[in-house]
Design a protein around this ligand. Structure first.
Ligand code: IVH
Length: 666
């Protein structure tokens, strides 16, 4: 892989380097679904090659039709551009902005996704969906968007909506002949809970969602489980942002959580959302405020880039600059060696950050990192530390790739943007990664990395099947291991002898087989035995899986045939049942306990919840069903977060312990 020059050097790239670079990004985009540069940067590379070598064969890999974009999507033009938002970073700037208009504001979290517009025809059918693109010109992605469950393909027949009126509510929604239709704008994003189910190292949910949305095969989009929030309706005469929200809800469009806020309360609203942010299942980097009255919006108008009636008030403290001290290399269960950047500690979103994954060596090279480089670090959505950009490269030593695996010393090799350990069988880091993945996926509690390392070193557990041969006496020889703990650990393993086939499948650690694909495969083939007989063709034909996954599944199952047989001597797979289909009064519901419980210990209470088909969780999220308050000390931050969510309309219930157990019995 050729070293990728920083953007400033692109002008001086040779033709061959440019061709290599375009070919590489094409592959990363279309085959690996893991683009590492933006569409705009990619377009720039292609434009440059077209200029200096118009007959380059590489250009045939890229659609050249002027009505389609570089990646083959048809371009559409819109009459009302999709603009970006003006930003502010201080209370003072925010209040200066609000002085310009009368009335209240509508406040909502700014969603970190991709802006899209949806057009519904007069009969309510989704007739077109397009990206924002450069504002006026976007790309048509209708078929891909039709695979997003949140987006209705048909909206209920709406009574003739009053049209006309003044800007901005009367813009002609369709170029020509779209009378009676509606245009909805909003953000497509990936939920954090979905993002976490992807095993591969994607930098962040926004990039993954953007890549998922622009798949050549629309069925591929479906497998990413994207979500949608609407925030704007065009083509109807409405009085307020509140009317828009009500209309969107009536049409069955999920709306971004929004609230009417008095101008003087804007800072307070900001602080409230700042604390609520960790409960959201999406990334947000600030708050969007809009003038509430549409009349006022029309009076303020817009610049070429942004409307004057809206502003994004960014969360502060999420980003900061620091210096790179070193790079560490971490080996994963898939033999990928990932660079982790060590920086001088910097405070971001209230926590000290001293390391951030660089995800892959391609990204590391793209940044052109050196020891001592000054970098901008961000906690995306206030959570995941991320190296955003290099501010000053500096003159320190450039970062080099290790020629030997830092864990086992075997030679390394670079394939595309990833560095691999070539020792397939017994690299220590890889083996520990496999065991760690297994216990996590099987939900066997108590086996942290340190313990797994000790078990591996002593030869007690070399592969996942060895867990089921362990006896508590074996564990007693380990340092700091008492009888109680040993018995408990063995009990935890025994408790996971009967489990749904899809969970078992995922625990095997076959590449590409994360939660969703495993579930789908068992739902289709019913049993593991039947799946093990399936051909690549049969698997690839499944909706939303593809050839890459099919190949990995077939070869992975073949390679792990021995391990599967050994594991199945101790494990019973629950027939055709998949992990999702839990039965019982709490089936599919999440329950969180807070404070000290009177009736039962916390683990016993959590077990009861699981026996009733529910999921015991420790964080307050919007999809939580019950927060159960213990007899003592249950009024802390969990309670206030849950109350805040309730106010916003979440359907979660807050119950004391007695009422909860009563409910369960009833
Ligand atoms: S209101 C300019 N509300 O952020 C139109 N936009 O960076 C303002 N966005 O293009 C629309 N969350 O796609 C609005 N809660 C929210 C939003 C939001 C994200 C997007 C929007 C805009 C981009 C600007």
């Amino acid at each position: 892989m050729g070293q990728k020059p920083p953007p400033k050097d692109r002008e001086s790239m040779t033709v061959a380097a440019l061709e290599d670079e375009i070919h590489r990004h094409n592959r990363l985009y279309f085959e690996d679904n893991a683009p590492v540069i933006s569409d705009e940067d990619f377009d720039r590379l292609v434009r440059r090659l077209r200029k200096i070598k118009p007959d380059s064969p590489i250009l045939h890999e890229i659609p050249s039709d002027t009505k389609t974009s570089i990646k083959g999507f048809k371009k559409i033009r819109r009459e009302v551009p999709m603009l970006s938002l003006d930003k502010c970073y201080s209370e003072k700037e925010l209040y200066q902005w609000a002085e310009k208009f009368e009335g209240d504001v509508m406040g909502s979290p700014k969603i970190d996704g991709s802006a899209v517009e949806l057009r519904y025809d007069e009969k309510g059918h989704l007739s077109l969906a397009a990206t924002r693109g450069e504002g006026i010109e976007g790309e048509e992605i209708t078929e891909n968007v039709k695979r997003i469950a949140d987006i209705p393909q048909k909206i209920p027949p709406h009574p003739p909506l009053p049209k006309g009126g003044q800007f901005p509510c009367s813009y002609p929604p369709f170029s020509k002949g779209g009378e009676g239709g509606l245009e909805i704008r909003g953000e497509i994003y990936m939920r954090l809970s979905v993002f976490r189910t992807f095993d591969q190292d994607f930098a962040n949910p926004r990039n993954l969602a953007a890549g998922a949305l622009k798949q050549k095969d629309p069925d591929m989009t479906k497998k990413y489980h994207l979500s949608f929030f609407g925030y704007d309706v065009l083509g109807v005469d409405l009085q307020t942002e509140g009317d828009k929200k009500a209309l969107l809800e009536r049409l069955g469009i999920p709306t971004v959580p929004m609230e009417v806020v008095q101008k003087k309360e804007m800072q307070k609203f900001y602080e409230k959302l700042l604390t609520q942010r960790e409960t959201y299942d999406f990334e947000t980097d600030g708050i969007v405020f809009k003038a509430f009255e549409i009349k006022e919006q029309g009076r303020l108008g817009m610049t070429a880039h942004h409307p004057r009636y809206a502003i994004a008030y960014k969360f502060q403290g999420d980003s900061g600059t620091t210096r790179v001290k070193d790079v560490e290399w971490s080996v994963s269960r898939t033999q990928v060696i990932t660079p982790v950047c060590i920086v001088e500690p910097v405070r971001l979103s209230g926590a000290s950050v001293s390391r951030a994954s660089l995800h892959n060596v391609g990204l590391m090279r793209q940044h052109g990192l050196r020891i001592g480089s000054q970098v901008m670090m961000v906690r995306r959505g206030g959570v995941i530390p991320y190296l955003e950009s290099v501010i000053e490269e500096g003159r320190g030593a450039p970062m080099t790739l290790p020629e030997k695996c830092p864990s086992c010393g075997a030679p390394t090799e670079v394939r595309d943007d990833f560095l691999y350990c070539t020792n397939k069988e017994n690299c220590f880091g890889t083996r520990i990664g496999v065991l760690e993945h297994f216990v996590k996926a099987m939900e066997i509690d108590g086996f942290g990395r340190k313990l797994l390392e000790r078990l591996y070193e002593t030869g007690l557990v070399k592969d996942p099947a060895d867990f089921y041969r362990l006896k508590s006496e074996d564990l007693l020889d380990l340092e700091r291991m008492g009888e109680t703990l040993a018995t408990k650990l063995i009990g935890n393993i025994r408790a996971r002898r009967r489990l749904p086939a899809d969970q078992f499948l995922r625990a095997l650690g076959i590449r590409e087989l994360a939660q969703h694909a495993s579930r789908l495969l068992i739902q289709h083939f019913h049993t593991l035995d039947r799946l093990m007989e399936a051909t690549e063709g049969e698997i690839a034909a499944l909706h939303s899986l593809g050839e890459v996954i099919a190949r990995e599944v077939v070869s992975g199952l073949r390679a792990k045939k021995g391990l599967i047989a050994r594991l199945r001597r101790s494990i019973t797979l629950i027939g055709q049942q998949v992990s999702q289909e839990k039965k019982g009064p709490l089936a599919g519901l999440k329950v969180c306990f807070t404070g000290t419980l009177g009736a039962l210990s916390r683990p016993a209470a959590q077990k009861k919840v699981e026996e009733a088909g529910g999921e015991a969780v420790n964080t307050i999220t919007q999809d939580l069903a019950y927060l159960v308050i213990g007899k003592q000390g249950g009024g802390g931050s969990k309670l206030s977060k849950a109350q805040a969510l309730q106010k916003k309309g979440a359907s979660l219930q807050i119950l004391d312990e007695d009422r909860f157990w009563g409910l369960l019995k009833g």
